[in-house]
Design a protein around this ligand. Structure first.
Ligand SMILES: Cc1ncc(COP(=O)(O)O)c(C=O)c1O
Length: 361
């Protein structure tokens, strides 16, 4: 696809009036998500009497190009195409939904995706990675012996070097995607606008899984700017609350709600974060695995182990153990769409040992 054709796919973004006070509002985006994803009543096992739980089906934003990340990349690719970029470079963990989405969106726009994978030891061609391979993305594995604790130094330096190399070799413009300082963070502000038309104000609480907080940020700031009386619960299922706070501070600065010296608004004004949930990022306890299986069998909703399943499990736990943490009784859970993670081998292994679901005739 040539650059001019790609440019014709840009759609002007008419931000709603309530975003007016924000800075860096994107002017254009690419339309890729199936919008107005349903909000449904969800009869989730284990929810105590008196609470009503609903689910926003962000797993239905598309087929392979699905989940919360599509909403983000609409704005990132909008900017990349405005800058005449033909390649996109970024970094992520193996089985990353973000990188899967980036790779598929790049291929759909005739662009090439280059991904630095920073946990190469877990790399395989299952689940999200299979889709990544099929989309033609280029993966670059970081050596196992590199200390990745300073992500800016160790990972992003490599992404920049890679982008520079591609630029030199091809002479083309390369877009570096780094989420917390990117127009992609308007993705969930825009989704909040969609939710306003879906009567979101009738909910007392919204619950969402959080790693860097891009989804939480959009919902929290959106709710705040609209004066909604909704408590946004960010269940930290990733690194730590500190990691999410650092990323969200950058997002607040990007939209002008926080000054570079940290004065102004803080993430906690918009979202309520809970951390230390479960056994750590990407590790599932037996109870969490059983919960994901039970929810699929009893409600027809398929949650992923790393994100949505862990968030839903800990939401039910909090509803039982700390009901006073909720503003009211009408709860909206955001399914961020991580079904392909179910195909990374872990879930299959649990059924391999469970012969009773198969009956010999
Ligand atoms: C499916 C899914 N849900 C939730 C998240 C959390 O992302 P964030 O905290 O940036 O909204 C991620 C990515 O990290 C994800 O892939």
């Amino acid at each position: 696809m040539d650059t001019n054709i790609r440019k014709q796919l840009l759609v002007k973004y008419n931000a709603p009036a309530w975003m007016e006070s924000l800075q860096n509002i994107p002017t254009h985006r690419i339309k890729a998500a199936i919008e107005n994803t349903p909000i449904e009543r969800w009869y989730l096992p284990g929810v105590p009497d008196g609470f009503e739980v609903y689910i926003k089906r962000e797993d239905l934003t598309g087929n392979v190009l699905s989940g919360n990340k599509v909403r983000l990349f609409e704005f990132a690719f909008g900017e990349a195409i405005q800058h005449d970029c033909t390649s996109i470079c970024s970094a992520g963990r193996t089985q990353s939904n973000e990188m899967r989405t980036m790779a598929i969106m790049a291929s759909s726009l005739g662009m090439s995706a280059h991904i630095v994978v920073f946990d190469a030891e877990k790399e395989n061609n299952e689940g999200n990675n299979l889709l990544l391979c099929m989309s033609g993305a280029h993966r670059y594995l970081m050596p196992n012996n590199v200390d990745k604790s300073d992500v800016d130094k160790d990972v992003w330096t490599r992404v920049k070097m890679l982008a520079e190399q591609i630029r030199k070799e091809s002479g083309e413009n390369v877009y570096i995607f780094k989420a917390s300082t990117n127009p992609c963070i308007f993705g969930y502000l825009n989704v909040f606008d969609e939710m306003l038309r879906q009567d979101v104000e009738s909910f007392s609480d919204i619950v969402v899984g959080c790693v860097a907080g891009k989804t939480s940020f959009g919902l929290g700031v959106g709710s705040h700017l609209n004066g909604c009386n909704i408590k946004i619960h960010s269940l930290v299922i990733g690194q730590s609350k500190a990691y999410a706070v650092t990323a969200m501070n950058k997002m607040l600065q990007y939209v002008g709600l926080q000054a570079p010296d940290g004065s102004g608004s803080a993430p906690e004004e918009f979202v309520h974060m809970t951390e230390n949930l479960g056994a750590g990022y990407g590790i599932s306890t037996q109870e969490e695995i059983e919960f994901v299986k039970q929810v699929a069998a009893q409600t027809g909703i398929f949650l992923g182990l790393t994100y949505s399943g862990k968030a839903a499990y800990h939401m039910v736990k909090q509803l039982n153990e700390q009901p006073e943490q909720f503003r009211g009784k009408k709860i909206l859970f955001i399914h961020t769409g991580d079904v392909f993670g179910l195909f990374d081998g872990r879930m299959r292994n649990t059924y391999d040992n469970e012969k009773e679901s198969v009956t010999m005739l």
